[in-house]
Design a protein around this ligand. Structure first.
Ligand SMILES: NC(=O)c1ccc[n+]([C@@H]2O[C@H](COP(=O)([O-])OP(=O)(O)OC[C@H]3O[C@@H](n4cnc5c(N)ncnc54)[C@H](OP(=O)(O)O)[C@@H]3O)[C@@H](O)[C@H]2O)c1
Length: 244
């Protein structure tokens, strides 16, 4: 029997892959992992779903059947999938890419959070929603118009979800992971300085070893989600979490 159920998006690489590895090492944890690509890992506790989360009509159709039934003590949703998007000044953005980014970074986690609450509201389990945020949710970064805006809106949605569902053994987090050594950071470093004035700063993060290993961030996220009583605030930053 499984004690914990984790539903995780964006597990195929980067931070999501590290979160997946962390939870698969724990006993009695079933993981439902959703990305476009599969990692084809043969693990008895892992169920992979291949889904483009920016394709909202498909996601909407799947929503009612996406969350497993079962007798779990803890049920966790981590909305981790995200995209930095086109790095260009507002005024030069492609509407098509902007829509794809808003779908993935904002609407998909809103849909999933809403459906998760509906599905598990009457379950006696401890229920946790962790929406992966960013420092960019509260800092305007030139060239990241879509990214900053979607992360800020998701943080607000998470705070409202907390107010709406306080009494039903739910815990909600909007969690900034710090700067993490993932493929997303590689994409940022490939951007054009004319479109992204902070390019040199981000290149220096990598060169000076300032990016955190995804495994360390995953461990801190696991510690927070395993000790929710010690973390009452919705807005959290991994950099403030001390491992024992
Ligand atoms: N890295 C950082 O420094 C940093 C800093 C602050 C916040 N964050 C946040 O942390 C989270 C993880 O970032 P990361 O750096 O690990 O990013 P990443 O390396 O680019 O990985 C993104 C993950 O999201 C999945 N994904 C992308 N588009 C998708 C789609 N349309 N449908 C389903 N899955 C999709 C990818 O899988 P597929 O390509 O297989 O679909 C991949 O598993 C994001 O929310 C990001 O905004 C990262």
């Amino acid at each position: 029997m499984f004690k914990t159920l984790l539903i995780l998006t964006g597990h195929s690489k980067g931070l999501g892959r590290a979160i997946l590895d962390y939870y698969l090492k724990l006993d009695q944890t079933q993981v439902l992992a959703i990305s476009r690509s599969s990692i084809s890992m043969d693990h008895p506790n892992l169920i992979e779903r291949s889904l483009d989360l920016s394709d909202l009509p498909v996601l909407q159709n799947e929503l009612d059947g996406i969350f497993p039934d079962g007798d779990f003590k803890q049920i966790i949703l981590i909305n981790n999938a995200g995209w930095i998007g086109e790095i260009k000044p507002i005024g030069e953005l492609s509407p098509k890419e902007l829509r794809q980014q808003v779908n993935l970074n904002l609407l998909a986690p809103m849909f999933l959070t809403n459906a998760f609450i509906k599905k598990y509201k009457s379950s006696p389990a401890e229920k946790i929603v962790c929406n992966i945020s960013s420092g960019a949710a509260s800092r305007p970064v030139s060239g990241w118009g879509g990214y900053c805006s979607t992360k800020a809106a998701l943080a607000m949605f998470t705070m409202v979800a907390d107010r709406d569902n306080k009494s039903d053994s739910f815990h909600f987090y909007s969690l900034a992971p710090g700067i993490v050594d993932t493929p997303m950071q590689e994409d940022i470093r490939k951007s054009d300085e004319n479109n992204f004035p902070e390019l040199e700063k981000f290149k220096a993060f990598k060169e000076k070893g300032d990016l955190t290993e995804p495994g360390i961030v995953a461990e801190k996220i696991g510690f927070l989600l395993g000790n929710v009583q010690n973390f009452p605030e919705v807005i959290q930053d991994v950099r403030n979490i001390e491992l024992p």
